[in-house]
Design a protein around this ligand. Structure first.
Ligand code: ADP
Length: 245
């Protein structure tokens, strides 16, 4: 796959753990200003792919590129500095700090003054519609708020690309709908390239411009919502090849 213009991409990536291939020859691209979905059954390799795209896992073969430059050897820290941020399934917030400080710490780590970091943190919470969370202790936050703060913290890096790992896990349908609206705004208003990894396939289909389906470490389908919904390989992967509906 060749990509002109900005993208976070893999080209023929294989990841082997011993003799077992978690990913085989995976090529995909995330582009600015759009939401990309990544779905697939348990064990398909979604988390491994996120780890490869964020520098937590080196590919065994193939390339990871950021705006055309090979970044396969960069650490997670270096990739984040280069504009690739992620959220984690568990919030990973500093439990002893309030929400604003959780975000401000990230800004200070990037070299901003304390005051500038706090201003930016508050601006972000306000943009997300949760300014009231600023002084709340991170410990004991309701689950959905913790998720939102996790996304806010990732956005403190002003990333060109943002990878969301199961952000809707444990949410009600109404909460997931709020999250979906936020994800759309992150892509549309901030021009961020978003990769959304989710078990909630309905959520992925509703917000993604382009969707990749992984099964047993391989991309078995990609395309827009209509392509995915109509795909026999996708149906087979989810429901079993011998169970025709
Ligand atoms: P998903 O996120 O789609 O559920 P994963 O990427 O977590 O899938 O896992 C894909 C496959 O790779 C699974 O069979 C898993 O057991 C295996 N796997 C993942 N990480 C490792 C590892 N560090 N060592 C060995 N096997 C792994």
């Amino acid at each position: 796959v060749r990509h002109d213009g900005p993208s976070l991409a893999t080209d023929g990536v294989t990841v082997a753990f011993g003799g077992f291939k978690a990913l085989t020859d995976v090529s995909l691209a995330v582009t600015p200003g759009a939401v990309h979905g990544l779905i697939g059954p348990n064990g398909a390799g979604k988390t491994t792919l996120v780890n490869v795209l964020t520098g937590f896992q080196a590919p065994t073969r193939g390339a990871v590129t950021l705006n055309g430059r090979d970044v396969g050897a960069l650490s997670a820290h270096e990739l984040r500095r280069a504009g690739v941020a992620r959220t984690f399934q568990a919030g990973r917030l500093f439990s002893g700090l309030d929400v604003l400080d959780n975000l401000a710490v990230t800004g200070v780590g990037l070299g901003h003054t304390r005051r500038a970091a706090e201003t930016e943190a508050f601006r972000l919470l306000d943009w997300m519609g949760v300014p009231h969370l600023a002084e709340r202790p991170a410990a004991g936050l309701p689950y959905t708020d913790e998720r939102r703060v996790g996304i806010a913290r990732a956005l403190m890096f002003a990333p060109a690309f943002l990878l969301l790992d199961e952000p809707a896990a444990g949410m009600s349908e109404a909460e997931a709908a709020d999250l979906a609206a936020l994800i759309v705004r992150v892509a549309a208003d901030l021009n961020t390239g978003v990769l959304l990894i989710e078990h909630n396939v309905g959520l992925v289909l509703s917000v993604s411009h382009h969707i990749y389906v992984l099964d047993a470490g391989q991309v078995i389908e990609e395309g827009d919502r209509d392509v995915i919904v109509a795909s026999k390989p996708v149906r087979d992967a989810y429901f079993g090849a011998d169970q025709e509906a």
